[in-house]
Design a binder for this molecule. Structure first.
Ligand code: M6R
Length: 628
C-alpha cells in the first residue's frame, strides 16, 4: 500500500524521487521520506509526517542532493503516522537505509532477537527490523562484527540473508553508503509491484508504473522472491537464492499525460469524465460491430474449452467485487454458466471446492490486490483455469493467470475507483458474449440488440456526463443532501450491485455512512431505519423489476424518507414522484449498470468536495491494498 521510488543516475535524485512519490501518493499519504547519498558519501535522510508537501517544504529548508536516492510514501501498518515511523529507516551506524511496502509478520520475534544482540529501535515499525537484520549480516554478526568482503556482493548476500528471516509479504529498496554505485530492491510474496525502469545511464525503481511515466516507459517487473541490483547502466535480476533470471523489458503503452490531472481539480473527476473514452478503448479490436463476434485472444480460452466450462467463480475486492456481482448476471444470462461471486479475502480461507472445467476469474484494477492474488493462487493450485479482468498490464494478476482480459482504461489514480468499474463491466459483457457464442446460448436477436447498444455505449455515457455538466445538478444535489449522516442505496437485479457501489463511493470519499441494499430485502429489516433523516438513493431504470422498485420507492416515501432516484430520462412520471430524479438514457438492460453508476459517482464526488474533503486521498485508504 505504501509507495516506493528509487533513482540512480546523473540527475538530481531528490527531484526525481519526489516527482515519483507525488505520482504514487495514492498508495499512501500519512507520512513520507527519502534518503539521498550526497557528494561526501553521507546518507542524508529527510522524513516528515503528513502529506508529501510537508516533506517538500522540509527539503526546501534542509536540502539534500545527490544522484542516488530512495523514497517512500507511507500507509501505516505498525506504528502511528509520525516522523519517527516514516521511512526510510536507518541502521545504527547510519550507513544503510531501507524503505518497505508490506508487513513483517514475525517482526516482534525478530525485534527481540535483534535487541538481544544489542540493537535498539528508534521507531514502532516492522520495517526497522529489516534494516537492522541487513546490518547484522553485512557486519558478519552484528554490531561488533567486522563486515563482509566482496564489494557489492556482500550487500546482496546480507540482504538475502535478512530477507530469508522475514515472514509475510514485503517489497524493499535498500541503499548503502558502502556501495554508492548500486540500489537494491526485492520482492517477497504479494507485496505490491516492484517495477524497474530503464533510462539512458540512469535507472529507476517504483511500486507502480505511473511513478515512472514521466521518465521512462521501458520496464521490468520483479516476481516473488526476486532481487534487482540497479547500477547507472542497467539492472541484473536474481532470485533470492542468487540464481540469475532473465526478466523481459517491456514497453508500457500508457500516455504520460494520462497520469496527469490536466484541467480537472481531481483525478476522480477526470476519471469519471474519461469513461466514454475508456469504454470505447475496452471495446476496440475485441468486438466486430458488424458480425457481433467477440475475440479475446489474451484470455487463452479456446471455444472448445469454453464449451466445456461448468462453472465460473469470480473473486475480487471492493468496487471490483461489485462489478463481479453484475458479472454473475451477465455470464449466467449470456452464456448460461453457473456463476458464483466471492470476496477474494473470504474465498482463500474457505477451502474452496474446485471441480474440473472451472474458471476462477479475478477482477482487479491494479492487479496487485493481495487477497485477489492469494485467491488466484489458491484456485490455480486446486486446478482451476484462472483468468483476470485487469487494468494494469504486466501486473502480478496479469502475469500469474492462464489468461487475461485487459480493461484498457488507462491509469486510474483516484483512490475511489470509477472508470475501472465501468471498463470491467464492459469486459464482463464481452466475456459473456464470447462464452455465449462458443456455447451457442445466445439468440441471434438478443446478440444483435446487445451489440447495437454496445456500439452506442460510449456516446450514451457522454450524454450522462454532458447533462450533468450542463445542469449543474450534482453540485446542487450535494449542497442539499450532503449534510445527512446516513444514506440508503437500493437496487434490484442488475441494479443491486450498483447500489452497493454507489454506497461505497459515498462512504469512502465523503465519510458518510451509506448502505447498499437489495430493495426486496427492505421489509425484512432496514425499513425500520427510514425517516426524514435517512435519504434513499434508488436505482429505478425501466427494466424487468421496475414496478417492484416503484413500490419500494413509495414505501420509503410513505415513511417520510426523501428519495433521489436514477431514472430513464423519459420517465417523467416517476421523476415527478421522487424528490430528485437523476436521469440516464435508455439502453439495453444488461448495459444499464454502466450508465446508472455515473450519477452515483458524481453525487459522491460533489458531496465530498462540498464537505471540503480530499477526494483523491481519502483518509485511511490507499489505492492498492497490498497488505492483509
Ligand atoms: O485494484 P483492485 O480492483 O483489486 O482493488 C480492489 C479494491 O481495493 C478497490 O476497488 C477499492 O474498493 C476502491 N477504493 C473502491 O473505490
Amino acid at each position: 500500500m505504501c509507495g516506493i521510488v528509487g533513482y540512480i543516475g546523473y540527475r538530481d535524485a531528490t527531484a526525481v524521487v519526489l516527482e515519483g512519490l507525488q505520482r504514487l501518493e495514492y498508495r499512501g499519504y500519512d507520512s513520507a521520506g527519502l534518503a539521498v547519498l550526497d557528494s561526501t558519501g553521507t546518507l542524508q535522510i529527510r522524513r516528515e509526517a503528513g502529506r508529501l508537501q510537508r516533506l517538500v517544504r522540509l527539503l526546501e529548508q534542509a536540502p539534500a542532493r545527490g544522484t542516488v536516492a530512495i523514497g517512500h510514501t507511507r500507509w501505516a501498518t505498525h506504528g502511528p503516522p509520525s516522523r519517527r515511523n516514516a521511512h526510510p529507516h536507518a541502521s545504527p551506524d547510519g550507513r544503510l537505509v531501507v524503505v518497505q511496502n508490506g508487513i513483517v509478520e514475525n517482526f516482534a520475534e525478530l525485534r527481540a532477537w535483534l535487541q538481544a544482540r544489542g540493537y535498539t529501535f528508534a521507531s514502532d515499525t516492522d520495517t526497522e527490523v529489516i534494516v537492522h537484520l541487513i546490518h547484522y549480516y553485512f557486519h558478519g554478526g552484528g554490531l561488533n562484527g567486522g563486515g563482509l568482503d566482496g564489494g557489492g556482493e556482500a550487500l546482496e548476500t546480507a540482504v538475502r540473508a535478512a530477507l530469508s528471516r522475514l515472514q509475510g509479504p514485503s517489497a524493499v529498496a535498500v541503499l548503502s553508503r558502502d556501495h554508492p554505485d548500486r540500489l537494491l530492491a526485492a520482492r517477497l510474496g504479494h507485496a505490491g509491484g516492484v517495477v524497474v525502469g530503464w533510462g539512458e545511464e540512469e535507472m529507476y525503481l517504483a511500486s507502480d508504473i505511473p511513478a515512472l511515466l514521466g521518465c521512462t516507459r521501458r520496464v521490468q517487473f520483479l516476481e516473488n522472491r526476486q532481487m534487482a541490483i540497479l547500477t547507472r547502466n542497467g539492472a541484473s535480476i536474481r532470485t533470492l537464492e542468487g540464481r540469475p533470471v532473465d526478466r523481459p523489458v517491456v514497453q508500457v503503452n500508457w500516455d504520460p499525460a494520462a497520469a496527469e490531472k490536466g484541467e480537472y481539480p481531481h483525478f476522480m473527476l477526470k476519471e469519471i469524465f474519461e469513461q466514454g473514452q475508456s469504454i470505447a478503448a475496452t471495446l476496440a479490436q475485441r468486438l466486430d460491430f458488424g458480425s457481433g463476434l467477440v475475440e479475446l485472444p489474451s484470455l487463452h480460452l479456446s471455444p472448445e474449452r469454453a464449451r466445456r466450462l461448468r462453472k465460473v467463480t469470480i473473486v475480487a475486492c471492493g468496487t471490483s467485487y461489485y462489478a463481479g456481482l453484475v458479472g454473475r448476471h451477465l455470464l449466467e444470462r449470456l452464456a448460461r454458466i453457473p456463476t458464483e461471486v466471492d470476496y477474494a479475502s473470504e474465498y482463500r480461507y474457505r477451502e474452496p471446492l474446485i471441480g474440473p472445467e472451472e474458471m476462477v476469474l479475478a477482477i482487479t484494477q491494479s492487479g496487485e490486490t493481495v487477497d485477489t492474488l492469494a485467491a488466484l493462487e489458491e484456485a490455480r493450485a486446486r486446478g482451476a483455469f484462472t483468468a483476470a479482468i485487469v487494468n494494469v498490464v504486466g501486473s502480478q494478476a496479469d502475469r500469474m493467470c492462464h489468461g487475461a482480459i485487459h480493461m484498457h482504461a488507462g491509469p486510474e489514480i483516484g483512490v475511489a475507483s470509477t472508470k475501472a468499474f465501468t471498463a470491467s463491466l464492459v469486459d464482463l459483457v464481452l466475456l459473456g458474449l464470447y462464452l455465449g457464442q462458443a456455447r451457442q446460448t445466445l439468440a441471434e436477436s438478443e446478440q444483435a440488440a446487445l451489440v447495437q447498444d454496445l456500439a452506442r455505449l460510449p456516446g450514451l455515457v457522454g450524454e450522462v456526463l454532458e447533462e450533468a455538466q450542463a445542469s449543474g445538478r450534482y453540485a446542487e444535489l450535494a449542497r442539499d443532501y450532503g449534510g445527512f449522516a446516513n444514506f440508503l442505496y437500493l437496487g434490484r437485479g442488475l441494479q443491486y450491485p450498483v447500489a452497493r457501489e454507489g454506497a461505497l463511493k459515498l462512504k469512502e470519499i465523503s465519510y458518510i455512512h451509506a448502505e447498499g441494499y437489495p430493495a426486496g430485502e427492505m421489509k425484512h429489516g432496514p425499513i425500520a431505519l427510514i425517516d426524514g433523516h435517512m435519504p434513499t438513493v434508488a436505482l429505478a431504470p425501466r427494466d424487468g423489476v421496475y414496478e417492484k422498485m416503484v413500490s419500494q420507492i413509495e414505501q420509503v416515501k410513505a415513511r417520510g424518507g426523501a428519495v433521489l432516484a436514477v431514472v430513464h430520462h423519459q420517465d417523467r412520471q416517476l421523476a415527478a414522484r421522487v424528490d430528485r430524479a437523476l436521469p440516464i438514457p435508455q439502453a439495453h438492460p444488461l448495459l444499464t449498470p454502466v450508465l446508472s453508476v455515473i450519477p452515483l459517482q458524481l453525487f459522491a464526488y460533489h458531496v465530498a468536495v462540498g464537505r471540503g474533503l480530499d477526494v483523491d486521498r481519502p483518509r485511511n485508504l490507499a489505492k492498492s491494498v497490498t497488505v492483509e
